[in-house]
Design a protein around this ligand. Structure first.
Ligand SMILES: [Zn+2]
Length: 487
């Protein structure tokens, strides 16, 4: 009598496995996520400083057969803020981007995600079908269109929306609060950009992505809501580590009673903060945009198939904290003279962007000097065997900046010229040297707060040029995107 029971048992086990729909889909591999990004990338946006009017069609003009698109209110200056909804599954997920106007990396990735969602016959139909049946996803891209157009953090009332979650003085804050309350999502993604000067713990690696399950009280306790956010983060981190090992940090988890992330967590939505930081040679954050896309799509899968529940909180706490230890350039052991004093100091340079003529320029000034051994640089050199050489102004005046290209400019640098003079010129240029029109001297103050411009020579040979915060290796100059102003 025992023998027929064994096949019956096997049959029952198989039936149980079959009946667990949440296990039926295994998440995409890292390569598949990356290739989904490549085929979905929104070509209309290639740089991070875009205006509302440049991109609003990417929201408003969405395929109505796929997304439900709805204007849910207006910014202070009357710009429409939209929400887009996709899917009809039982688990609700809400994502909002750019509540800080000058933090656009995740918005770019959302445009890519929208393309992905609208795609078909590309090998991802099964995934889309699965996500659509398990999740209802609501997107609110560009929550602060007025700040975005000015490329500032705050809105047109000069209020930081992320400190307005309780007082709700700004219409944009009211819109986000209402959207959360009416939809009551189980999961929320709060999408921001952070400073490019964060490292992952004490390592030299930039915190390219930082994550946080924001605290809902000063004691930073963990309830079920926050725990779920932490688990999704561990799953997201596991994937990101395969793409950019060591480049994920944890954002400061001090409770901020006025912030949206902290309150939305408190109101019962498991909230995941994603902060886009810096990555070497990625000034327009396109590499980071890709990581955002991959992280969001991966998280949707973990939430939809329930597999995030397997992750352990200790692995959340194991993600290293952000540390503010990066500079754009560090020149170590520079030989300096002040009066009778001869001394060695490291100098650390951080660049700052300034808006001009519908674009911007970057200026690097000395942020700190002395013993900078605890800091790291996106670019670093040891000047121990080098000496500072002052740059010259090229004696022949050019008509305009159009008269020479980057190659010719590098050649001038190799010959000791750090600046040229022009008769006419646009406010901005992309040459790797100083372009003077209104002034006759090269500013060079090696002191904190000032802009250093000089050469470094070894045994009499010029090795490096420091131009307005850009460090240029004269033996192998890189054609980076110089963004400078006419001086
Ligand atoms: Zn922000």
């Amino acid at each position: 009598m025992k023998t027929p029971l064994i096949p019956l048992f096997i049959f029952l086990v198989l039936l149980m496995v079959q009946c667990q729909p949440k296990e039926k889909f295994s998440p995409l591999s890292v390569d598949q996520l990356a290739s989904a990004y490549e085929s979905s990338k929104e070509g209309a946006v290639a740089e991070r400083r875009f205006k509302y009017s440049d991109v609003i069609a990417l929201v408003k003009g969405r395929n109505k057969g796929v997304f439900e698109v709805e204007a849910i209110g207006k910014s202070v200056e009357g710009r429409d803020i939209y929400q887009m909804t996709w899917g009809n599954g039982p688990t609700k997920v809400m994502l909002w981007s750019q509540m800080h106007g000058n933090e656009s990396t995740a918005t770019m990735a959302l445009f890519d995600l929208f393309n992905f969602i609208e795609g078909s016959n590309d090998g991802y139909d099964e995934l889309r079908e699965f996500l659509k049946n398990e999740l209802t996803i609501r997107f609110i891209p560009m929550l602060n269109p007025d700040g975005m157009n000015r490329w500032i953090r705050r809105n047109a009332l000069d209020i930081d929306l992320n400190r307005d979650a309780l007082r709700l003085a700004s219409p944009e804050a009211v819109i986000l609060k209402n959207a959360r309350d009416s939809f009551s999502p189980e999961f929320g993604f709060n999408l921001h950009d952070q400073s490019t000067f964060y490292t992952v713990g004490d390592t030299e690696k930039p915190a390219t992505i930082s994550v946080l399950a924001p605290a809902y009280n000063y004691e930073t306790e963990v309830n079920e809501v926050r725990q779920r956010a932490m688990q999704v983060i561990v799953g997201m981190n596991e994937m990101l580590q395969q793409v950019k090992p060591g480049h994920v940090g944890k954002y400061d988890d001090a409770f901020e009673p006025r912030a949206f992330g902290d309150n939305i967590q408190k109101w019962g939505t498991s909230t995941i903060l994603i902060e886009s930081g810096g990555y070497p040679n990625d000034p327009e954050k396109q590499e980071i945009r890709k990581l955002n896309f991959m992280a969001m799509l991966h998280s949707f899968q973990l939430i939809a198939n329930g597999s995030y529940t397997k992750y352990k909180l200790e692995d959340y706490y194991g993600i290293p904290d952000n540390s503010f230890k990066l500079m754009d350039v560090i020149i170590r052991n520079l030989n300096l003279t002040k009066g009778v004093y001869q001394y060695r100091a490291d100098i650390g340079i951080r660049k700052k962007e300034t808006d001009l003529a519908g674009d911007y320029f970057a200026t690097g000034s000395i942020d700190d000097m002395g013993d900078l051994s605890i800091f790291h640089g996106y670019q670093e050199i040891d000047a121990f065997e080098m000496e500072i050489v002052q740059g010259e102004i090229y004696d022949q005046e050019f008509d305009s900046t159009e008269d020479l290209d980057q190659e010719e400019a590098f050649e001038l640098l190799r010959n000791g010229y750090l600046a040229i003079k022009v008769k006419e010129g646009k406010a901005l240029h992309r040459l790797p040297l100083l372009v003077l029109k209104n002034q006759n001297r090269i500013p060079n103050m090696v002191s904190v707060g000032n802009v250093p411009n000089f050469f470094l020579a070894k045994n009499g040979n010029l090795k490096y040029a420091l131009v307005n915060g850009y460090l240029i290796d004269l033996d192998k100059p890189e054609k980076v995107a110089f963004k400078q102003r006419l001086m």
